[in-house]
Design a protein around this ligand. Structure first.
Ligand code: NDP
Length: 444
């Protein structure tokens, strides 16, 4: 049996109840096969893949908090510190009822390669809770965040592990988490990113993932003799990533016509209006039905279906496994030429294969959405320097990083004889740096 197959079997056997984690490991190791097989004995002797697929540390904890009725609630908290070979653990916190150990482990594993691809010195981690912020009062959100941080603060630090936001964790939550960390540890340090501008945040961090996704896609299209200008694009999600992907799509001359949330989706023939979207989702914290009321020419559809709209480029920006095989078939049939993942692992394995087999330019999230964590690392640099850079400075650095990620990924794919296979290119480029650092640091 090949070493890759041995490790895949081991991961499956040790984590039988973790489908998302198994899916992520399968996707990465399959595309590393060509690299591993060139040097199989050395990798096996050092158990490099076993170490790579086993988190350095997992912290799981109880999060008790009191709701507005005086009832005590209890949620599960997680922090998976996956790999620190190239820098302190870095990765977001997700608050969503679907959070469990499998989801956090898949996200942490992906984060290792994504962070490596940015070229910045950051290791991989991820955390979160099955807490659902929807419908909670501000006081309840604060009570939860304070309780969550009361335990988490024992395990993180500016040079150890620096969490950020993710689904359900935006500026408000980061503020409450930071306040509690500072209060307990008596340290004013860059322990979280995505902070508000008045207390150490970076300009352009809010926009970074969505903007970076579009810079990346624009470069990929340019290198394939195409341009976003004049293209119709479909976006899913209506949160941080989707909103700023839509904004940058407009700025680059494309027309974004869709967005979605967990209850339904919008088709706006005039193009999604960013100000209305922000008003509905960030200010009113309401459903997209409100968007349709404010933009009478748009249509709200309950449930799923965003990928049935004819588009040139699709940007899944909501959550994992939201673009399935039947969606991929609709996109291909409707003439879509590219799919770039804003979310983490939004495309299922069979849908990815179908898109690639049908000549679609497919950009995996670990490369295409790396602008968020890259700008988080820029926030860490500014915190260390105790300086703030201008929006233009950060945005220019972000653009350079995204263009470099594209070329690193593209060249790695070419070097291993898989030109145009960006999934393989991203995994290989991300892996080589981490593997080199792990080998250099001995058996740890
Ligand atoms: P937000 O919470 O801001 O937005 C998430 C959006 O996706 C919301 O519109 C939400 O709907 C929708 N959504 C969430 N879960 C589901 C579900 N199970 N089914 C359908 N829709 C769903 O999160 P972000 O925009 O920050 O994150 C989106 C994705 O991007 C995630 O995969 C995240 O890991 C990834 N990502 C985020 C980065 C960042 O910097 N924020 C960086 C890199 C990746 P509703 O409004 O109803 O809740």
């Amino acid at each position: 049996m090949s070493y890759v197959d041995e490790v895949l079997a081991r991961v499956k056997q040790q984590n039988p109840d973790q489908p998302e984690f198994n899916q992520a490991v399968y996707e990465v190791l399959e595309s590393l096969r060509v690299v591993i097989e060139k040097n199989e004995d050395a990798y096996r002797k050092n158990a490099l893949l076993e170490r790579l697929t086993t988190p350095e540390r997992i912290v799981m904890f109880r999060v008790p908090w009191v709701d507005d009725k005086g009832q005590v609630q209890v949620n599960n908290g997680y922090r998976v510190q996956f790999n620190s070979a190239i820098g302190p653990y870095k990765g977001g916190l997700r608050f969503h009822p679907s959070v469990n150990l499998s989801v956090i482990k898949f996200l942490g594993f992906e984060q290792v390669f994504k962070n490596s691809l940015t070229g910045l010195p950051i290791g991989g981690g991820k955390g979160g809770s099955d807490f659902d912020p929807k419908g909670k009062s501000d006081r309840e959100i604060m009570a939860f965040c304070q309780s969550f941080m009361t335990e988490l603060c024992k395990h993180i630090g500016a040079d150890t592990d620096v969490p950020a936001g993710d689904i359900g964790v935006g500026g408000r939550e980061i503020g409450y988490l930071f306040g509690q960390y500072k209060r307990i540890r008596n340290l004013y340090e860059g322990v979280l990113t995505g902070k508000g501008l008045s207390y150490g945040g970076s300009l352009a961090r809010t926009q970074a993932t969505g903007y970076g996704l579009l810079y990346f896609t624009d470069e990929m299209l340019r290198c394939n003799g195409k341009s976003l200008k004049g293209m119709t694009v479909a976006v899913s999600g209506a949160g941080n990533v989707a909103t700023y992907a839509i904004e940058k799509a407009w700025q680059l001359g494309a027309k974004p016509v869709t967005c979605s949330d967990s209850t339904g989706w919008i088709y706006d023939p005039e193009g999604i209006d960013v100000a209305t979207l922000i008003q509905v989702k960030e200010v009113m914290r309401a459903r997209l039905t409100e968007y349709a009321k404010m933009r009478p020419n748009s249509v709200y559809h309950p449930g799923k279906g965003v990928w049935s709209v004819k588009c040139d480029v699709a940007f899944p920006c909501a959550t994992q496994n939201e673009l399935l095989l039947e969606d991929a078939k609709m996109l291909v049939a409707n003439g879509c030429i590219a799919v770039a993942e804003g979310a983490n692992m939004p495309t299922s394995l069979d849908a990815t294969e179908y898109l690639q087999e049908n000549g679609i330019l497919f950009c995996p999230g670990k490369a295409a959405n790396a602008g968020g964590v890259a700008t988080s690392a820029l926030e860490m640099s500014q915190n260390s320097e105790r300086l703030s850079w201008t929006f233009e400075e950060v945005d220019a650095k972000l653009k350079t990083i995204m263009v470099n990620i594209f070329h690193n990924m593209d060249e790695a794919a070419k070097e291993y004889g898989m030109e145009g296979n960006y999934v393989a290119g991203a995994n290989i480029a991300g892996f080589l740096k981490v593997a080199d650092a792990m080998n250099a640091q001995g058996i740890v």
